[in-house]
Design a protein around this ligand. Sequence first.
Ligand code: ATP
Length: 295
Amino acid sequence: MKNVIEINHLTKTYGNARGITDISFNVEEGEIFGFIGPNGAGKSTTIRTLLSLIYPTSGSAKIFGKDCIEFAPEIKKEIGYLPSEVFYYDNMRVMELLKYSASFYKKDCTKRIKELAEIMDLDLTKKIDDLSLGNKKKVGIVQGLLHEPKLIILDEPTSGLDPLMQQRFFELLEAEHKKGATVLFSSHILTEVQRLCDRVAIIKEGEIVAVEKISTLQENNYKKFKIHTKAALDDNYFNLAGVSNLVVNKDTVSFLFRGNLNSVMKKISDVEIANVWIDEPDLEEIFMHYYVKEA
Ligand SMILES: Nc1ncnc2c1ncn2[C@@H]1O[C@H](COP(=O)(O)OP(=O)(O)OP(=O)(O)O)[C@@H](O)[C@H]1O
């Protein structure tokens, strides 16, 4: 598989403040790739570096095999970008603004602008000034997709959209993906990542903590245990290798487990059990495990 994005040891500091530290991951051609992490983790910093809107302190990145800073103008013609916050000259009308954006590319995008506006239910004749936040976001979406880019980079694309529009937007992305586009998409909303993406990179405090297939995260790795014992247990009784999110409340213990199930089953069989539940965790619980700050 060809890599559309290759990020190599990218670091960005803002003065003394951390931005991102030694970030590396690849996005393959034709993937929908999720970039997930809590607020302030460094998603926007990574994306803005890829687009050469800011420069890295060290490390590098390639898009379509070319250095993203050296070849920025050339690369950008093939990228559709939706920033997390959109700002516009308020006096323009929507169509004027979109035509202006389209003039950057060497093709006529008028037909596509109209199609996209129809799908996203956007009135092209309105003044930007008169649009709600959600409608401004739609302008950003149309602006990002009007030139049918090979690579679509979206920073928190759904914030401000109502559920119906989020749904339309996801369908639109899936259609672009079917036509061959590669998508990198940042979010802190786990369910949308779960639904759309093939793989995810999880970022926490400026560092990548995992790059995994969604299917791997969901299927085989973790089991969720809840155990009700007849007598209260020592808090550390289930503190084994492979256990995370351990919560002990007198005679009730819950945790996530990844590893050889026999080791947990042996520990369980050594105490008097009142009840036991073993479930598949949802993605949120798996991600929470990555999110938890180290002491
Ligand atoms: N211009 C800046 N000057 C100083 N620090 C900054 C600047 N931009 C970002 N940071 C810091 O870099 C870190 C990463 O921020 P970034 O915006 O990339 O996170 P994010 O994952 O996109 O979060 P969010 O979802 O809140 O946008 C944060 O600690 C932030 O405070």
